[in-house]
Write a protein that binds this ligand. Structure first.
Ligand code: PEP
Ligand code: MN
Length: 329
């Protein structure tokens, strides 16, 4: 924790600060730097809880933290504290594919089989959809649980599904292998805790316009509350501005570097257009993405949601064929 002092705060303000901190955080170490004081508490998580009081002390301009101080588990760079989750593809790029939502059973099962043949390692299996409009299709919900269970039996592929509410977590975890926390819920801390407690692998999307720090903090929630297998996924900021990048590739690389976790790209929600999605997917994979979460089905034209951005199985197969043998690096 770095405490930046106000200009002209004076030596006495610095000394008073040291005295209060030493009393409040016994065992902390101090290192002076020009314009402030670095404080190293015996356990780093104490600092986040203590910062609001420090900010309020006389002479203090602001308090800052490194990612490692705020997110000690997320920044432990894997291995040590939690295992890498994408072992089902043997260290290669990972492809999670399927329609935006599970809808018609026959089409879903046929798509699942075709996607497996085209190179998918896991299936999108969304029953609950977080929609921006309350009038839009919200997913088929629990009646779909049997459908996705049958898809898993038929293909042997792991299922990736999104829980939009804490009350869905345990029941979905009983059937699905990976629980997705969607962009809108990246900051839903109770959902993060409950999802972590399920013991399942968690796929954490970056919230729209969330900073790296916010993303890491949400990952920290998951790890702090029991998740041991974690995948990050970048889906863009939905800015819809001409020329704005659709996926933040630099941020993906920074997240990968900070955490050592696998980082997937979701070109579908980033582009909202199947042709752009295919090109964006290739760009993200070339830029070092560990794999894709991509909307794909046998009949995108029939989808009630996101059909326009859903690629065909042929397009998916071409992408997977080109990149599947590439090591994740
Ligand atoms: C999804 O992947 O199904 C989804 C809803 O995406 P996002 O949370 O990124 O909008
Ligand atoms: Mn979708």
């Amino acid at each position: 924790m770095k405490i930046h002092l106000k200009k002209g705060a004076g030596k006495e303000a610095g000394r008073a600060l040291r005295r209060s901190l030493a009393a409040a955080l016994p065992g902390c170490r101090f290192l002076a730097f020009p314009g402030g004081l670095e404080v190293r508490p015996p356990s780093p998580e104490r600092a986040a809880d203590f910062a609001p009081r420090v900010e309020n002390m006389p002479g203090v301009a602001r308090v800052s933290f490194s990612d490692e101080e705020l997110c000690p588990l997320a920044c432990a760079r894997g291995g040590k504290l939690f295992s890498r989750p994408l072992d089902f593809s043997g260290g290669r790029k990972v492809f999670i594919a399927g329609p935006c939502a599970v809808e018609d059973e026959k089409l879903y099962l046929a798509s699942a089989v075709a996607l497996k043949a085209a190179g998918a390692h896991a299936l999108r299996a969304a029953l609950f959809k977080p929609r921006s409009s309350p009038y839009a299709f919200q997913g088929i919900g629990w009646p779909g649980l049997g459908i996705i269970a049958r898809a898993k039996k038929l293909t042997g592929l792991p299922l990736v599904t999104e829980a939009t509410d804490t009350r869905q977590v345990q029941r979905l975890a009983a059937v699905c292998d990976v629980l997705q926390v969607g962009a809108r819920n990246m900051r839903n801390y109770e959902l993060l805790k409950e999802t972590a407690r399920s013991g399942r692998t968690v796929l954490l999307k970056r919230g729209m316009r969330a900073t790296l720090r916010e993303w890491l903090l949400s990952a920290e929630y998951l790890l702090r509350h029991g998740a041991r297998k974690l995948i990050l996924c970048e889906r863009g900021d939905a800015l819809n501005l001409p020329g704005a990048p659709l996926l933040d590739l630099a941020l993906m690389a920074a997240a990968r570097k900070a955490t050592g976790l696998p980082v997937l790209a979701d070109p579908s929600h980033a582009s909202r257009d199947r042709e752009i999605a295919a090109a964006l997917a290739a760009k993200a994979l070339k830029a070092g993405a560990d794999g894709l979460l991509i909307e794909a089905s046998l009949d995108p034209a029939r989808a009630r949601v996101d059909g326009r951005q859903t690629v065909t199985v042929e397009t998916f197969g071409a992408l997977a064929g080109k990149f599947r043998c590439k090591p994740r690096g």
